[in-house]
Design a protein around this ligand. Structure first.
Ligand code: PRT
Ligand code: MG
Length: 210
């Protein structure tokens, strides 16, 4: 049995067609069913539906053999115990700095509010800027408006969320997409099943690109 951890929402929606190409279609809809474990059209494959940020944890501890999750989530969690064999090219967005439209350029010190503490710390360190990082769990856009921070680090897609709050994207930190991750021990113990799934997904991605 192979267990794949996926989060509800945009990653799930984008992953479905890819998984379908590998013969894996859930027999329940997670939006209407309350089940957290979904059986699929492949009797040897099940999906566990969890929070995006929990996907690397399930895979690291082997509670799931594989997972699909954002590069942002992988970096913040740390990649220990995980292989990352494929960039699935789904749920794409950009990790960016953002600030009020009238914000002065960053000097040698800056106060940054973000959910992405590791990414923010590494980014500002790489620029030699001293950043005081304030960890938030959501609604980062509020921070510059109420004076909690000068800048935020957040995911940006259309930029509408920023604009609606009087902010604008400033610098690109890195492009983000979702990755296939694999538990290192499972990769050895279930090598054939996992490798053939990786190959099928890779073939699908290559055919899309061609
Ligand atoms: O929502 P929940 O609290 O359950 O968990 P989650 O927010 O971690 O999950 P989810 O499904 O919202 O996002 C999962 C993953 O999708 C992220 O880890 C990213 O890898 C990827 N992704 C792709 C995004 C976006 N695009 C995105 N636009 N994740 C979040 N956003 C948010 C962003 O944080 C901001 O609030 O959308 C807003 C910006 O969108 P625009 O279009 O207004 O710029
Ligand atoms: Mg969300």
């Amino acid at each position: 049995m192979l267990t794949i951890a996926v989060s509800k929402g945009r990653i799930y929606e984008d992953a479905l067609p890819l998984l379908a190409q590998a013969g894996i279609s859930p027999t329940d809809n997670p939006d209407t069913s309350r089940k957290l474990i979904l059986q699929t059209t492949r009797p040897d494959v099940q999906l566990v539906i969890i929070r995006a940020t929990d996907v690397p944890t399930f895979v690291e501890y082997g509670a799931a053999d594989l997972g699909i999750t954002g590069k942002d989530v992988i970096i913040e969690h740390g990649a220990e115990g995980l292989y990352e064999p494929l960039d699935l090219g789904i749920a794409k967005c950009r990790m960016m700095t953002a600030a009020r439209v009238d914000a002065p350029p960053i000097g040698r010190r800056v106060r940054v509010a973000t959910k992405y503490v590791t990414i923010a710390r590494n980014y500002f360190a790489s620029l030699g800027i001293q950043a005081e990082i304030i960890k938030l769990y959501g609604s980062m856009e509020l921070a510059p408006i109420v004076g909690l921070a000068d800048y935020i680090v957040d995911l940006v897609d259309t930029g509408n969320t920023l604009r609606a709050n009087g902010l604008e994207p400033k610098e690109l930190i890195m492009p983000i997409s979702s990755r296939l991750i694999v538990n290192k021990a499972a990769m050895k113990m279930k090598h054939q099943a996992i490798q053939s799934l990786i190959n099928q997904l890779e073939l699908t991605l290559n055919n899309q690109a061609a």
